[in-house]
Design a protein around this ligand. Structure first.
Ligand code: URA
Length: 224
């Protein structure tokens, strides 16, 4: 198992995840490779969640020759994956390889970049589009956003999605996280499990993660 407990979050410790993230960080990685890298990283993270965080049970299986014991992962039908538009789109595409039967929610939440970051390191967030499936008590909710920076977007998303819902567990999955964002989520949503591939150093004055990988949405969608 390669999910490790670190001070602020659980960290996906798989070498392929680190390799893929290193390529994503590289300023020379162009759009197509960047988008494919996010898909690949989502897939690796999905497999790691199945392996490290979900329960499996021993079952009996009839092969064409005999009866033997095997293993089945439970909870696979009770997974809800939320795509936080827009950078999460390729990341979720990969995640779905591990959870092909997941119910999917989509939420468009973005920073008010013009208003900038306030003195507490927070952005105002506007939520423009929400389409969620029903969330049941037995569900595992996975909220995916490759970049967890100030935590402002994810806190707004959690407030929106958990309003009236009480799933069994909630996992926030990111590729790169800033310590500031993880601390804020831990404080405001102590029951949420935080899973990331890297905890970076700090945020710059514009709320970008350093060293980070730049603007994940712009790099994936070539909007700069
Ligand atoms: N969103 C990004 O895409 N990158 C950051 O560094 C912070 C937020």
């Amino acid at each position: 198992m390669t999910i490790e407990d670190h001070e602020r979050a659980k960290v996906v410790g798989h070498a392929l995840a680190r390799d893929t993230l290193t390529r994503l960080r590289d300023v020379e990685t162009e759009q197509v490779a960047f988008r494919k890298g996010l898909v690949k990283l989502g897939r690796i993270c999905g497999y790691e969640i199945v392996d490290g965080l979900l329960e499996s049970e021993t079952v009996t299986v009839e092969t064409p020759l005999t009866t033997t014991e095997g293993e089945r992962v439970g909870e696979m039908d009770d997974v809800v994956i939320v795509n936080v538009l827009r950078a999460a789109t390729p990341f979720v595409e990969g995640l779905l390889k591990a959870f092909p039967r997941a119910k999917q929610g989509v939420i468009s939440a973005g920073r008010d970049e013009e208003g900038g970051m306030d003195t507490e390191g927070r952005f105002d967030i506007s939520i423009e589009y929400v389409k969620m499936p029903a969330i049941h008590e037995e569900d595992t909710l996975i909220l995916a956003d490759p970049m967890l920076a100030t935590g402002s977007t994810m806190c707004a998303v959690l407030e929106e999605v958990l309003d009236g819902a009480d799933p069994e567990r909630v996992i926030v999955l990111s590729a790169v996280s800033a310590p500031e964002g993880l601390d804020r989520l831990r404080e405001e949503f102590p029951d949420v499990e935080l899973l990331t591939v890297a905890v970076d150093d700090h945020l710059d004055d514009n709320g970008y993660i350093v060293p980070g990988l730049g603007d994940a949405g712009d790099r994936a969608f070539r909007t700069t």
